[in-house]
Design a protein around this ligand. Sequence first.
Ligand code: ZN
Length: 335
Amino acid sequence: MSKRIVILSIVLPALVASLVSSAGAAEKVKVLIIDGQNNHNWKKMTPPMKATLEATGRFTVAVSTLPGNKGKAEDWAAWKPEFAKYDVVVSNYNDGGKCRWPEERRKEFEKFMKEGGGFVPVHAADNSSNDWPAYNEIIAVGGWGGRNPKSGCLMRKKDGKWAPDPAPKGRSGSHGGSWEYPINTEAPDHPIMKGIPSGWKHAKEEMYNSMRGPCKNVTVLASAPCKQTKVDEPQVMIIKYGKGTVCHITLGHVGSLDAIQCVGFQTIFARGTEFCATGKVTIAIPKEFPTKDKVSIVPADKVTWKLKTASKKSTTAIILASVLAGLCVLAPRRG
Ligand code: ZN
């Protein structure tokens, strides 16, 4: 073997490997989970939520714990999460309706969203910050926290189409007891929902209903038939806010961890987070996904996560490296 081929056979695989791994690492989605205040046990919720995202292999996840409702002014002033460093913010934060964020942070978050950031409010995150008009627009609908019929419309299905319903009277956020209930797909062709069964059984938890808000630019992805209101209630929604994208998930009550370890919840949570950040979904439906009749509760690290395709960047890197290798090998040798 010539010296040149020996060198190439050592250098090229290393080059390919380094290009592929750097392309792969560079394109992980950067997530920031915010917590620190909730009427649910947020300390118990954040670790499994983080575990789900990390187990997919698609995300790097940081957590920012806010000072909360009892936080001192100086603690709030010191809270500088730098949203712009992330692709998407996940909220496990509920202030009960009165927003404590400094004005500057609110403006930063609004700018982050308007310029194309992603946001995933989970469960009681939509009870939060009723006195922050932009937040209500970002989440489209919310409940409790001082909301009332004047807070806006309900999302209601009429003749098969979802639309805002002003419903001048009635509740603004409610739920009954907990039970295992069906989640029905409303937008089967949406990237988040593609391949998810038309109906599946969610782990035992409460079902949010009668949520109200500005209802602007909303696509309902999934709903559940509500015992209280006797109509389908939206449970997963996509909202456009400026160039930003929101995946609002009402599911995820903790008590027990069943609801956020439901593979149906985890799949939609992970795919929704990816979609808000990239506009695409590469996380495949795990084989443990619940069926129409059977719930599926599995800790994140025991779920079979797969990414559907090599990303564009790593594909480009592989092609580039292969072409380079070919050129080197085929180049005529002198002397
Ligand atoms: Zn709850």
